[in-house]
Design a binder for this molecule. Structure first.
Ligand SMILES: Cc1cc2nc3c(=O)[nH]c(=O)nc-3n(C[C@H](O)[C@H](O)[C@H](O)COP(=O)(O)OP(=O)(O)OC[C@H]3O[C@@H](n4cnc5c(N)ncnc54)[C@H](O)[C@@H]3O)c2cc1C
Length: 486
């Protein structure tokens, strides 16, 4: 199926005006700031906001106070690695936190590190891996801030054993809409804490937090990869991989019929053994197509035919059976980080990620139906991953839940893609699953409310802490979480 370029879908509709116009004269400390275009990792949508880059946590409260005085809405912005519009504050104040990057203290006896919110996963690894500590949960890129990561309650390849980031965090210092800094965690102000976990920056600005780093045997990863024949084989291998701390599988989302769901299952654990040149070289070679295709393909070639070719080559490159080797943590956890700015290969129209989790079913019917829809539509992606989550889950807007998660990137095919994603949403809703808001740019309000029944309780908490609606995002307005939704 070929897809002539349709018009890009319009930016997410806003249900209420967000802010006073940025053209109005602004007083200090806002007068020195300029509006900038902001975008998430998917580069869709792109929206203008006044950009503030405080270098010290003490600068955050006066910026918020000035925003309120001018009738501007505000939102924290980390490293912009959420995909859609979660970090976008149209015509509001984008409070960039990356300048707040001090590690304030570290206790090697317990692993607890007190950090400013703009400290990134990369910062933590750089500083603490040589001492035998590693962040407890890492996403597929190390370029995320701790504040942004908690605001999406991120999960990693170890969710089945270690839960999400919130399970390893305490003493979150949150700058709330009133200007008060409230310390919250599972024991102190728990309601505010659980609304902030996965709360997408809409409860306030996380200024500082404590995270417990994991003591690891070494920074090498003892890794096994296995070519899996189909979806049933994936679930077999997943079931027997509980002894590995980290599991994930790349999945071919183009092949139909008997081979549907085939892929490369990867599992590993930290080891003191250093990656050996020969073995590391083989690992790099196995990962090379994944790393090179995005940069070497002109964006005009990103179409269903090249996606099919990529999926075939990537699957065949791995020999049948199992490979065992020791690799560095970078190729295991963050293979895409090696290709700087890989999101730009999708061109100016950007791309959309869709990640869902559905409860486990004996026949995995929902996962099958979703793969059938995607393969039939011919819009499969290069980068598709599948993983079984553990049983941990958190309230309200946090995404991870017991079951199977599948994540796919789609070039922005416009209306055809939006129609496909709406069909996929419905399959997810039928079985009580949900999609990840941190990856979303287009979820309709009714789908959201069906997927996240905790939304109302979340909004009650948020409205108590931010009755004027100072904190707002494009996603929050679209999904009725703030800024005048019903
Ligand atoms: C290649 C890639 C792989 C990924 N893999 C995974 C994965 O495996 N698992 C996973 O869970 N996610 C994954 N993600 C998503 C990513 O981990 C999250 O989107 C994360 O929130 C990004 O952090 P950030 O610092 O870039 O935040 P941003 O994208 O800038 O912001 C994200 C949200 O956090 C809010 N926020 C930012 N800073 C603060 C703060 N200080 N206080 C309060 N709110 C704040 C923002 O308002 C926004 O709503 C991946 C993303 C990419 C690009």
């Amino acid at each position: 199926m070929s897809h002539p370029p349709p018009p890009a879908p319009p930016p997410a509709p806003l249900s209420a005006p967000l802010s006073a116009p940025l053209s109005a004269p602004l007083s200090a400390p806002l007068s020195a700031l300029r509006p900038e275009l902001h975008e998430g990792w998917g580069r869709y949508p792109r929206l203008r906001a006044l950009a503030a880059r405080p270098a010290r946590v003490e600068e955050a409260a006066p910026l918020l106070e000035a925003a309120r005085a001018h009738g501007l809405r505000a939102l924290p912005f980390g490293l912009g690695r959420s995909y859609g519009d979660a970090a976008l504050a149209p015509d509001g104040l984008a409070l960039h936190t990356r300048g707040l990057r001090e590690v304030l203290s570290f206790d090697p006896a317990t692993g607890w590190a007190r950090c400013e919110a703009g400290v990134s996963i990369e910062d933590l690894i750089r500083r603490f891996a040589p001492q035998g500590f590693f962040p407890p949960v890492v996403p597929g890129t190390k370029f995320v801030t701790l504040g942004g990561a908690l605001a999406n309650d991120i999960h990693g390849k170890n969710h089945h054993g270690d839960g999400t980031l919130a399970d390893h965090v305490r003493a979150v210092e949150l700058l709330t809409a009133s200007g008060e800094v409230v310390v919250c965690d599972a024991a102190r102000e728990p309601e505010l804490f659980w609304a902030t976990v996965g709360g997408l920056g809409l409860t306030g600005v996380i200024l500082r937090l404590e995270v417990r780093l994991a003591r690891v045997g070494g920074v090498g990863i003892e890794m096994e990869s296995i070519r899996v024949r189909d979806l049933d084989h994936f679930f077999e291998v997943s079931a027997e991989s509980g002894g590995f701390t980290h599991t994930v599988s790349w999945i071919d989302c183009v092949t139909r019929g008997a081979g549907m769901g085939r892929g490369i299952f990867m599992r590993g654990r930290h080891t003191a053994e250093a990656p050996r040149a020969g073995l590391a070289g083989r690992a790099a070679a196995a990962l090379a197509p994944l790393l090179r295709v995005p940069v070497s393909l002109p964006s005009a070639l990103l179409n269903p035919l090249t996606v099919r070719a990529f999926n075939e080559v990537y699957f065949r490159k791995h020999p049948p059976g199992l490979l065992r080797r020791v690799v560095g943590f970078d190729p295991f956890f963050f293979p895409l980080d090696a290709v700087g700015g890989w999101n730009k290969i999708y061109g100016r129209r950007g791309f959309l990620q869709w990640q869902m989790v559905v409860p486990r079913e004996p026949d995995h019917r929902a996962v099958r139906r979703i793969l059938e829809e995607i393969t039939a539509a011919g819009m499969g992606s290069f980068l598709a991953v599948i993983k079984e989550f553990g049983d941990g889950a958190h309230p309200h807007l946090s995404f991870p839940a017991p079951g199977v998660t599948l994540a796919l990137d789609f070039p922005n095919y416009g209306a055809d893609l939006l129609a496909l994603l709406a069909r996929l949403d419905r399959v997810v809703m039928e079985v009580g699953g949900r999609v990840y808001l941190g990856k979303d740019a287009r979820l309709p309000l009714d789908h959201f409310r069906a997927m996240y029944p905790g939304w109302r309780a979340w909004r009650d908490v948020r409205d108590r802490w931010d009755p004027e609606g100072l904190f707002s995002s494009a996603l929050g307005v679209r999904l009725g979480l703030c800024g005048g939704g019903a």
